[in-house]
Write a protein that binds this ligand. Structure first.
Ligand SMILES: [Zn+2]
Length: 273
């Protein structure tokens, strides 16, 4: 079956949803967390092996004669392991659905002969991430929790803990499922001596949504964002965003997470407020 990226995305998310429903039926309750171990069992993966995969590799799906196994990098944080495993289950779903991506509809910018193959591989990875997201943070359940906690920067960490995902993953999911328009952003300090904060994402246009990007992708001190970087309490400010060549001043809530070198700021901006 040859599909474009959008069709393939809805197909794999649909299949992930079936797996979630199957699990909920089996457990008799729909309370998070949803762990990749639980889905692996349902998907006929016989074992998840936690092992040293070095620095770069997160997880691999191995097809053995007596069933599949997932090897996951034991050096990584448990929430990252949970996502990596779910991503590999996504590969298993992709194989089962026999999705062939129609390369003509995948964007690539060069005419290099390797480009279509690489674009297809990248698109496959995005499909597996979409499946993993639906498995670990099922849309309707995540939205219910989000509305209970409130669409706010203060809910990000709580939702991440409840669903056993990383803070950035929870923030992206909030923006995806929120009934109120919401943009999630991540800022980091540049590696050099500059004290500026640099926007790390969003970089890519989300499928079927208006694309809000900050006009200034680099923020120099002093700024409200730097306060969020220095202290742990959330901050509020207004920021200029561009959408379809129109500039709008949006309210934004931000909070710093992580320590030292890996410290970052998550912001949620609200186009409707
Ligand atoms: Zn992959």
């Amino acid at each position: 079956m040859s599909l474009n990226l959008e069709q393939a995305t809805s197909l794999i998310i649909e299949r992930a949803r079936q797996l979630v429903n199957h699990l909920i039926e089996q457990r008799g309750r729909e309370t998070p967390p949803f762990l990749s171990e639980e889905f692996a069992r349902l998907q006929g993966i016989k074992e998840i092996v936690k092992t040293d995969l070095g620095k770069e590799v997160s997880a691999v799906l191995l097809k053995l004669h007596d069933g599949d196994i997932i090897k996951v990098n034991a050096n990584h944080h448990p929430v990252r392991q949970n996502f990596s495993c779910a991503h590999e289950i996504g590969h298993s779903l992709l194989r089962e659905l026999r999705i062939e991506l129609d390369t003509e509809n995948i964007e690539y910018r060069t005419f290099n002969s390797e480009a279509p193959r690489r674009a297809r591989a990248k698109a496959r990875e995005r499909l597996c991430n979409a499946a993993a997201t639906e498995l670990l943070m099922p849309e309707s359940i995540f939205r219910k929790y989000l509305l209970d906690f409130g669409i706010s920067i203060n809910s990000v960490e709580q939702l991440a803990n409840i669903f056993r995902v990383s803070v950035p993953a929870a923030a992206i999911r909030i923006a995806e499922v929120s009934p109120e328009p919401c943009v999630a952003l991540l800022w980091r300090k540049l590696r050099n001596k500059s004290k500026a904060l640099q926007l790390a994402w969003p970089r890519r246009k989300p499928i079927g949504k208006s694309h809000y990007t900050p006009v200034h992708k680099r923020v120099t001190p002093p700024s409200t964002l730097h306060k969020a970087y220095e202290y742990n309490s959330p901050v509020k400010c207004y920021k200029l965003f561009k959408v379809n060549n129109v500039v709008k001043n949006l309210p934004m809530e931000s909070k710093g997470f992580g320590q030292g070198e890996t410290r970052y700021i998550i912001s949620l901006a609200f186009p409707g407020r």
